[in-house]
Design a protein around this ligand. Structure first.
Ligand code: TYD
Ligand code: MG
Length: 462
């Protein structure tokens, strides 16, 4: 019997401590350190091996290769995110807040694959069989050959899977509910999550089945963050959405077999998730182009253009320190744009509250939104609506110049498709995007934009 050793492990980042602490020194989270028992092995240092090492062959870098074989779900938004289908023998982590729709998405994917003749096993550790059946019925998946297993013990799950012909896809919903006999900690702790993931990934590699692990992300860090699993799996997808909005975005965070900046857009409805083939139409849905402070940003998500409205409200502040509130964008990035506006354009916002919102609950991750944000701010401050049917994109540098961004041609093409007729953008470098219907206005500096937006004759001042 191995000696039992007690350690304290941060449930958020997996750091190991010899005593309890209120705050994890490594990730800075509070109340995430939990006592766990370890019997050597996982997390407890190497165990003494009873076996003598066996030498393996060393290989050159060049040699035979083959394209990773994939199983295609036939749900284009999902296949786009995985890079063309699930790779056989790989392990994926699908993370997201509880209730966002992970189980729904995976049940729909399972049904689609089963209809395509693949063998799919859905392991539910979280919900009872009746609940899963009810969802399957609602999603019109009940008549497919998806096999259900309500089990949480890893050894039992693997034994069940080994009984029959190898499945093509195994879904574990969720990794936080499974536990192994090998570790003594409670299910959901870092030790259990890590050991469970290790066993399942080993199963994927040795059997050739694709394994999808579902992981809940909790802000409090009470349940072991699936973060500790991220580096072990081949791909990490995050399923996100904004409370109060129906649409959901599936985003690739890591992918050893494909691109990492793709997104899939879905809409949650009564019959489950519906694909949104053209996200721009969704995000621009309730647009009112006539009011000041609203600018349309022509953005990119991976290889796909997305148009979204940026709304700014600038109002005199009663407070000593004016308020800066940002939803859907970076607060430091807003501070930078405000500083450049003040330093290079004489637009003073030091006495104003600034509210910035990205419509539809969408989140922008590109610096290319700088120009659209600046246009929205100046428009709100001056009270003049921006030119109708105009899109904006471009990165602003600290010197006040507007820097070119990638994929200009694609952004303009998308704008054209959605009926926009003008575009304010950086001076193009080389590739001249020529869309017949869209008049492009090249903005070289931020003062140039301010003049265009607020009008030359109007003094923009606080
Ligand atoms: P679920 O897939 O259970 O979320 P997760 O597995 O990420 O915790 O989805 C939960 C939410 O989705 C729940 O609030 C109900 C809603 N929902 C629908 O709106 N329509 C549907 O068809 C289904 C199945 C769920
Ligand atoms: Mg679920």
């Amino acid at each position: 019997m191995a000696k039992t050793k007690t350690t304290f492990i941060c449930q958020n980042c997996g750091s190991v401590y010899s005593r309890w602490m209120g705050k994890c020194e490594s990730c800075g989270e509070w109340n995430t350190i939990v006592e766990e028992n370890m019997t050597g092995g996982i997390g407890g240092g190497p165990m003494q091996s009873r076996r003598k090492g066996r030498p393996a062959a060393l290989l050159p870098l060049s040699g035979e290769m083959e394209e990773a074989p994939r199983i295609v779900s036939g749900i284009p938004e999902l296949d786009r995110v995985t890079g063309g289908g699930f790779v056989r023998g790989s392990a994926l982590l699908v993370g997201g807040d509880p209730g966002i729709g992970k189980s729904t998405l995976l049940m729909q994917a399972a049904a689609a694959l089963a209809r395509g003749g693949h063998r799919v096993v859905y392991v539910s550790g979280e919900e009872a069989v009746a609940q899963v059946r009810l969802r399957a019925q609602r999603l019109h998946a009940a008549d497919t050959s998806v096999q259900l297993l309500a089990e949480t013990n890893i050894e039992d799950i693997l034994a069940t899977l080994a009984q029959d012909k190898r499945p093509d896809l195994v879904i574990i919903d969720s990794i936080q509910t499974v536990w192994t006999d090998m570790a003594e900690s409670a299910p959901g702790t870092v030790t259990q999550v890590r050991a469970g993931a290790q066993a399942l990934i080993r199963y994927a590699k040795s059997s050739g089945a694709t394994v999808i692990l579902v992981g809940h992300v909790t802000k409090e860090g009470q349940i072991a963050g699936p973060r500790v699993v991220e580096h072990m799996v081949d791909a990490v997808l995050y399923f996100e959405g904004e409370g109060g909005h129906h649409y959901r975005i599936l985003r690739t965070v890591k992918n050893r077999f494909g691109p990492t900046d793709e997104i899939g857009v879905f809409e949650m409805g009564d019959g489950g998730l519906r694909e949104v083939a053209n996200p721009s139409e969704l995000f621009l849905g309730e647009r009112n182009g006539k009011s000041p402070g609203a600018a349309v940003f022509a953005g990119m998500e991976g290889t796909r253009p997305v148009l979204v409205e940026i709304q700014a409200l600038v109002a005199p502040s009663p407070l000593g320190t004016p308020r800066r509130s940002v939803i859907g964008w970076d607060t430091p990035r807003l501070a930078m744009v405000l500083a450049v506006l003040e330093a290079h354009c004489g637009v003073r916002l030091g006495q104003h509250d600034v509210y910035l919102n990205v419509a539809g609950g969408y989140r922008i991750r590109e610096p290319a939104a700088d120009l659209a944000v600046a246009a929205a701010l100046v428009s709100s401050l001056s009270g003049r609506p921006l030119p109708a049917e105009c899109v904006f994109f471009g990165e602003i540098s600290l010197s006040g110049s507007v820097r070119p961004v990638s994929h200009a041609a694609q952004r303009i093409k998308e704008a054209e498709k959605l009926g926009f007729r003008r575009s304010m953008m950086p001076a193009s470098t080389g590739e001249t995007p020529k869309a017949k219907e869209v008049e492009t206005l090249e903005i070289e500096t931020l003062p140039h934009l301010v003049a265009e937006v607020a009008g030359r004759q109007i003094e923009v001042e606080a």
